[in-house]
Write a protein that binds this ligand. Structure first.
Ligand SMILES: NC(=O)c1ccc[n+]([C@@H]2O[C@H](COP(=O)([O-])OP(=O)(O)OC[C@H]3O[C@@H](n4cnc5c(N)ncnc54)[C@H](OP(=O)(O)O)[C@@H]3O)[C@@H](O)[C@H]2O)c1
Length: 242
């Protein structure tokens, strides 16, 4: 396993399923982890279990992100905080939900990148950022107008950030997972009429586990991926290869 040798990594969405699994893996690999989300109680539970440092802030507020992240010394970032929004077509979308999804998934990740990269550049030790995107950012999925748009925007944030931060030795990549049965997804993807037809289209034919997403996140963050920047890596059982 890769050794992060005490490097400090900020993980947003750490109070959630994929973020929590990422924190556990990073701690096991020797990273100093700052675990963030909004729920102080969940973060403190995770901190007690893993030794990560809890830091609560709201991704939708620039003031909140600036005051929490602006002064941190970090080597790496995992932008994992996210919001599922609604299942709706372009014809029936609630535009307030669209704004909120964009505000958490794309704007929030960009704000964290903005303030964290300033400290990474100042420290001059290079670094890595991994954005947790989705298969919904790569292909059209029914009902995913808001969420898919936010993740496509996040993939562009990945590419442009890779372009602009490369000169500082900072790599930026996305992982684009299929469904993991966390709180965010179970209410929709767990429906028998949705689950069966979708899995029939996927070469591996099953949902991912939290750990199967955390592992490629940690790989892309690590020096094992030292020549990889600007990619959106499907972690989708082959779904988007069809
Ligand atoms: N689950 C899936 O099937 C799936 C598939 C592909 C991609 N993803 C992506 O993977 C990431 C993690 O998903 P998950 O399933 O682990 O989700 P989850 O369990 O629902 O967790 C979501 C996380 O985002 C945080 N968050 C939401 N709004 C926030 C805000 N305004 N400010 C700060 N933090 C906020 C939550 O913090 P609090 O609860 O503390 O507020 C929580 O830690 C998301 O970006 C999601 O889009 C998930």
């Amino acid at each position: 396993m890769t050794d992060f040798d005490g490097r400090t990594v900020l993980v947003t969405g750490a109070s959630g399923g994929i973020g929590g699994a990422t924190v556990r893996r990073l701690r096991a690999a020797g990273a100093d982890v700052i675990a963030s989300g909004r729920s102080v109680e969940s973060l403190e539970r995770l901190a007690a279990e893993t030794g990560a440092r809890p830091l609560a802030f709201d991704l939708t507020s620039e003031d909140s992100v600036r005051s929490a992240v602006g002064g941190l010394d970090v080597w790496g970032v995992v932008n994992c905080g996210g919001f599922g929004g609604e299942i709706a077509t372009p014809m029936e979308t609630d535009i307030d939900v669209f704004d909120k999804v964009i505000s958490v998934n794309a704007r929030g990740a960009l704000l964290v990148t903005k303030y964290a990269s300033a400290s990474m550049i100042r420290l001059g030790r290079g670094g890595a950022i991994v954005n947790v995107s989705s298969q919904a950012g790569l292909v059209a999925l029914p009902g995913h107008i808001s969420y898919g748009s936010s993740k496509a925007a996040l993939d562009n944030i990945t590419r442009v950030s890779a372009l602009e931060l490369g000169r500082y030795g900072i790599r930026v990549n996305s992982v684009n997972p299929t469904v993991v049965m966390t709180e965010m997804s179970a209410w929709y993807w767990g429906r028998p009429d949705i689950e069966g037809p979708f899995l029939d289209q996927m070469p591996l034919g099953r949902w991912a586990t939290e750990d199967e997403i955390a592992a490629p996140i940690v790989f892309l963050l690590s020096d094992d991926a030292s020549m990889i920047s600007g990619v959106s890596l499907p972690v989708d059982g082959g779904y988007t290869a069809r």
